[in-house]
Design a protein around this ligand. Structure first.
Ligand SMILES: [Zn+2]
Length: 459
């Protein structure tokens, strides 16, 4: 009799342990995802059965108690040179970005890169759909992550993620590059000059506009010739009347326009359907007659930046109308598109490096015996750089010919897609129990230290 009671008590105890264990497991198990945060201990990761998109499933919740960059990610195998689309549903509550005009919020990204989707911030009444497109380049796997924060700034607040999908498409490998050229009519900004916050209202002159339009047309016409047929360029030029109201700053370059300074404007012009491959932002930063000059460290072009997988460059027009920098004048300036060529080549340089090619640095022309020409600038260097014709003791070097076919992701790449299972959630208890041990280990291993990815900006 006493033995029987003992057995029953033991059984009840086991059931209690299983129930508590299961409830703990369903709240804290993050499936195969690794949790990571920049400031350890500022973030709570949990599963939520209440706030969820589909009844019966539980969402993944990131709660940043203080400003932090936190994510959960999974290593997903990918095929090199392939385009991918990731989607999820996201809901946010009181998500605040630490600094204004930064590329941060709740989003999808690849760990340790600046490749990411748009952000969701604030409080959403309903679930939002997030889409993230990327090219695998030479990678065979990527760490796909769902993130609250960003490489650019930290966030606080709560984000719920669910309904993850991953599909592959067919990359467009034609050699026509489409350029979005935005002529920013004016800047209306307050920046620090000599230690004081100073307001500036600067407008582009009609002469500025006609000069740069001429230079863009020269660029568009000449890229096929300069690349010896390896690429063509088509440029769409838009004049944007909405002013830019904030600028970014770093000590090396001074003030400049980062994509996050004009996100709402970019969203109007640069949709995936437009299929742009590169973005030029043309700005005026000073009016010489009035002595209004925003502190800029002598650059006329700034490149190497990335916006949603595309190259992003600043082109600055002169603050004096009588400057012939962007004007074609026989015997004086026969290569007025030079800055556009230079900044675009920084994007190809960066792409080639990301693909793992060994290439010379775009700024190293002197090292290979090239000189600046009075009329044509560094045209000879660019031609040899683009066509892998820079002579060295070990043979010819320069950009690899195939770099011209490796373009950003387009919407038309996803007309025919293949759905992949890598982000699929378990469908039933047996799938859920699959790799249970791994999930339990992940659950107790806490969060990993996140590294800081620095964005590149260069002249
Ligand atoms: Zn440069």
């Amino acid at each position: 009799m006493r033995k029987k009671v003992k057995t029953i008590i033991n059984l009840i105890l086991i059931i209690i342990v299983i129930v508590i264990g299961w409830s703990y497991y369903s709240t804290y198990n993050f499936s195969d995802y690794t949790k990571a945060e920049y400031n350890r201990g500022y973030t709570k990761f949990s599963r939520d059965k209440e706030v969820t998109y589909n009844q019966g499933s539980s969402s993944y919740k990131i709660e940043n108690i203080d400003y932090n960059d936190a994510m959960f990610y999974k290593t997903v195998p990918v095929q090199p040179d392939m385009v991918y689309k990731v989607t999820c549903k996201v809901k946010t509550e009181n998500v605040e970005v630490k600094e204004p005009n930064k590329d941060a919020g709740a989003h999808i990204s690849i760990n340790n890169t600046v490749e990411k989707s748009n952000n969701v911030v604030g409080t959403t009444d309903d679930w939002q759909e997030l889409e993230f497109y990327f090219n695998s380049r030479n990678r065979t796997e990527v760490e796909l992550g769902f993130r609250l924060g960003g490489y650019d700034s930290n966030c606080k607040g709560t984000a719920w993620f669910t309904d993850f999908t991953l599909e592959s498409g067919i990359p467009n490998t034609d050699k026509n590059w489409k350029f979005l050229c935005l002529l920013m009519d004016s800047l209306d900004v307050t920046v620090e000059k000599e230690g004081r916050e100073t307001p500036y209202k600067i407008a582009m002159t009609e002469q500025n506009k006609s000069d740069i339009i001429q230079a863009i047309n020269q660029f568009s016409n000449s890229m096929q010739i300069l690349s010896e047929g390896k690429m063509t360029a088509s440029c769409d030029i838009f004049e944007v009347t909405e002013p830019i109201t904030s600028l970014s700053y770093d000590t090396e370059n001074g003030y400049y326009v980062a994509p996050s300074n004009m996100e709402s404007i970019l969203k109007q012009y640069d949709t995936l359907e437009k299929e742009y491959d590169h973005i030029f932002i043309v700005i005026q930063t000073g009016n010489n007659e009035q002595g209004d000059l925003i502190p800029v460290n002598n650059w006329i072009g700034l490149g190497g930046m990335e916006y949603r997988g595309k190259g992003f460059s600043n082109i600055r027009v002169p603050s004096k109308d009588n400057n012939y920098f962007y004007r074609y004048i026989e015997g004086l300036n026969t290569f007025p598109q030079e800055v556009l060529v230079h900044e675009f080549l920084h994007t190809l340089e960066r792409n080639a490096q990301l693909y793992g090619y060994e290439i010379p640095a775009l700024h190293d022309y002197e090292q290979y015996g090239y000189q600046e020409d009075k009329q044509e600038g560094q045209k000879a260097w660019y031609i040899d750089y683009m066509n892998c014709q820079i002579k060295t003791g070990q043979g010819y070097i320069g950009l690899p010919a195939e770099i011209y076919t490796k373009k950003p992701v387009h919407a038309s790449d996803f007309q025919y897609t293949i759905n992949m299972d890598d982000l699929k959630e378990p469908d039933n208890i047996f799938e859920e129990l699959n790799n249970l041990w791994n999930k339990i280990i992940q659950m107790f291993s806490g969060s990993k230290q996140m590294t800081n990815t620095v964005k590149e900006v260069g002249t």
